[in-house]
Structures are given as C-alpha cells and as structure tokens.
Design a binder for this molecule. Structure first.
Ligand code: PLP
Length: 456
C-alpha cells in the first residue's frame, strides 16, 4: 500500500500556479456565506493526512477537518485508488439502475447505522438528506409540522435552512411553513435555570413535551435534531435526553429524524451520536464522514416501517446523481478503512486520552476560556469576556477583534482552527496522530493568551 507521503510526492502538477488560481478565484468564483469583496480565500495546493499546504508552500495542521468532514484525513491512498478504479470502470450511471458501488455502500451503511435502519436513499449532501427525510416523514404521517432545535444547523437549501436554528436562517427565513423551533439542553447557557445535567435534561424534555402539546401532536410529522449539535457548539446531550425524545416521539406518533451529518461516522468516538444513548431513530441523515467528502455524498437511512409506506405508493422525489458511483465507491473504501484501521476507536482514544485532558488544562490556565466540552475528535471551547457572567467573547451570530486575533495567531503558527462566533472547535480528522494533536493544542494554548490579554 502506498503511504500518504508517497501519494503526495507522486501527485500530478497543479492545473494553475497558485497566484493565477487566486486571481481567477477572485474574478469568477462566488463564495458561500460571504460578502464577496471582503474575503481573502486561502489558496490550497495540496493536502495529505491532517495537513494542507498553501500556495506559498506553508504547511498547516488541519484542526477543522475542512467543514468537519475529512474524518479519515486527506488523500487516503485506498480511497483515492478506489475512486480512480471506479472512474476507469464506470464514471456514472443513473439512479434507476442497480450498481455495484451503490449497492455495496448501502449495505455497509445499513450495517453501521443503529438498529433496523436498513434502506438508504442517497443524496448529494446533508441539506438535501434532511429535506428528503422531512418529506418522507410528512408523507408517512400525513402531518406537516417539523420541530427542530434552536442552536442547530441542518443545511443551506430552502427547507434545510429553515429547519436550522442558528443565525444562518435569519436572512433566509421566508419559507419556514410548519417549522417550529424549541430549546434543547445546554447546561452552560441553560435557559431552564438548571444547575445539573439531570435537571437540564428533565426540564428540556418537559419543555419539548409542552411544545408538542401546544402545537398539537396530530399536526407534527417529525422532530429533527442533531444527535450532537455541531456548528452550534458541540453540546453533548445529557445522558437520557435522546432516549427521552425517542419516548416522546413514540407517545405522540412523531417520526424521529437524527441529523448525523456532522456527528456521524466516528467523529464523537462512536459510529453515530445517537449510539451514546443507544437510541434508534426512524430516519438518520448523513453526509460528510460517510466518505470523508472525497466525492459529494449524503443520504437518509430509513427504518422498515417508513420504507414500507412507499412499497406500493410512489416516493415523489429523486436526484439525478443519487448514489453516484464515484461517491459510493469512495464510501465503500472509506468504510473499509474505518473498519480496518479502527478509526472510530482511535477517535474515542484521542478524546479520552489527549484532547479532553489537555483542554481541561487549557480551561484551568486561561481566564478567557469559560467551558470546554466534547467527545472523540469533536470539542468546543467557549470563549468569554468574564467567567462569572459568561458573556461571550463575540456576540451570537457575530465576531470580535479578540476572536479574530486568536484565529489569526493560530494560522500564523501553522494551525487551521474552526471558529464560530465565540467558540473555537477542535475537530481534527479522527486519524490525526497523538503527536499532531499535541502540536496543534500547543499552538492553540499559546494563541489563547491573546484572548486573555483582550479581557484584561
Ligand atoms: N446537517 C448538519 C448537522 C451539518 O453540520 C451540515 C453541514 O455542515 C448539514 C446538515 C448540511 O450539509 P451539506 O452542507 O452537505 O448540505
């Protein structure tokens, strides 16, 4: 097997030189979630494992996994080879045909997803997976409302962005017919005035049940929630919360949709976030880690009960590239790598043995860090102006000079962090080595002194 280093050394020359790439990007590429004139995208020329290289040859340790998806790192040779072989065999075939890569990917996904989720509807990414899950739930129940959490992200397409419970919904919130938001557990910023995880869990469940009763259970098709909210802050649910949500869904005939787009495929040290509570949803949406984003792929894993709704009745939905052979071949190879290299166990160990203990030391030594929380390779640091009041170092939905300085310092020292509002997320690939994790945390530790200075 070729090592990742060899793979990088034998990579073909880039299409353009980095300066030209940047120039054309600024002239012709319209970027997501950005004011086009205010951005200076980093030019990336290559990547391997947990590192990326910019146009000037500078190497960065990728503590963001890009948008939290390169769970097995960049350029894994077995996945690269699988995509190359699939391209040589059959680049594309429409979704109405049976295809070996698609069938095998569906089988492997059914094997790792919890319980009896044994059919897979493939999409191109996470947003469309959530849109289709909601559509399936509405058709299955004959109801239309969907309950989702505040502090959540479910995607950038029309329904998905309205399902979302974070500021990215605000400028897009004109089509949220039937979407009702509720509060989930988040002890550090408890809106239930709870002081323990147990209280937070009980009160969040009471609040959810009250919301269901006030909205009218017979109007609610689904509760859709991230098993572990990701970009909204990596709030690991207290034990029993997801079980409680499952019970409420059963009591009121509501479909439970677990959004595992970010939390799934090993990120939290288990295959899926719901596995921490042993919960089996009716529908589970996924993307990102399913093939580490090497080729766009997402999907919905479906329980037999919901799949049976469409045995005789047509499922009114589909996508030209559903189950694309290059994407599903990448998924097959990725899942094989994950099994052969115990990627999920590796993520759990990094969290337990290194990231968790070191972040707790960081919490002790930096007054600007209010809380650290997470599991596996899925951690958040909550930066505050004042530990007593917990006032965030940047406002909800915004940024601040101090946050920008911390991020810039990390980058200057070769670390790509993932920052959102007042939080820094530590979300490296599951396959990052212990040495690399220490190196990245050393850089972050030093950069946080800038936040301490800013709060005096
Ligand atoms: N759901 C969650 C939890 C996500 O984190 C994301 C993306 O970050 C999405 C859905 C949307 O996925 P995509 O960008 O692939 O459409």
């Amino acid at each position: 097997m070729t090592s990742t280093i060899e793979a990088r050394q034998t990579a073909p020359e880039p299409l353009l030189d980095p300066a030209r790439t940047y120039e054309l990007d600024r002239q012709h590429v319209f970027h997501s979630w950005s004011a086009q004139a205010k951005i200076t995208p980093m030019t990336v020329v290559s990547a391997t494992g947990s590192h990326v290289w910019d146009g000037e040859g500078k190497r960065y340790l990728d503590f963001s996994s890009q948008l939290v998806y390169t769970n097995i790192g960049h350029q894994h040779p077995r996945v690269v080879q699988a995509v190359q072989e699939q391209a040589a065999r059959l680049c594309t075939i429409a979704p109405q045909h049976a295809n070996d890569a698609r069938s095998e990917a569906a089988r492997m996904i059914a094997e790792v997803t919890p319980g009896d989720l044994d059919k897979v509807f493939f999409t191109n990414g996470g947003a469309d997976a959530n849109e289709h899950a909601v559509r399936m739930a509405r058709l299955h129940t004959g109801r239309y409302k969907v309950l989702t959490r505040y502090r959540s992200y479910h995607g950038g397409t029309d329904t998905a962005v309205n399902l979302t419970g974070d500021p990215r919904r605000w400028p897009n919130d004109y089509a949220s017919s039937g979407v009702v938001h509720f509060f989930g557990p988040f002890l550090y910023r408890s809106r239930f005035h709870a002081t323990t995880e147990q209280e937070e869990c009980d009160r969040a469940l009471e609040h959810l049940e009250e919301t269901i009763r006030m909205e009218g259970p017979e109007t609610i098709a689904a509760i859709l929630l991230e098993s572990i909210p990701g970009t909204a802050g990596i709030m690991i649910p207290p034990p029993g919360y997801l079980t409680g949500v499952r019970e409420l869904c059963d009591r009121y005939g509501i479909v439970l949709i677990a959004d595992e787009v970010m939390a799934g495929f090993g990120r939290s040290g288990r295959w899926f976030g719901v596995d921490h509570d042993g919960v089996v949803p009716d529908l589970l949406t996924f993307a990102k880690g399913v093939n580490s984003g090497y080729v766009p792929l997402g999907g919905v894993a479906i329980s037999p009960r919901i799949a049976a709704t469409f045995d005789e009745r047509v499922y009114p939905g589909g996508l030209t590239y559903s189950g694309h052979p290059l994407a599903t071949a990448a998924a097959v190879a990725t899942l094989q790598v994950m099994q052969d290299e115990d990627v999920v166990g590796g993520a759990a160990r990094l969290g337990e043995e290194i990231i968790g203990p070191r972040l707790r030391q960081i919490l002790e030594s930096h007054p600007s860090v209010g809380e650290v929380r997470g599991a596996g390779v899925f951690w958040a640091l909550e930066l505050v102006k004042d530990r007593q009041t917990r006032e965030p170092l940047a406002p909800y939905g915004g940024t601040s000079e101090a946050m920008n300085r911390v991020v810039a310092e990390c980058k200057a020292n070769g670390l790509l962090p993932f920052a959102n509002f007042n939080r820094i997320h530590v979300v490296p690939p599951c396959t990052t080595t212990a040495e690399e994790v220490h190196e990245g945390l050393d850089i972050l530790d030093r950069a946080l002194t800038l936040a301490d200075d800013a709060i005096g």
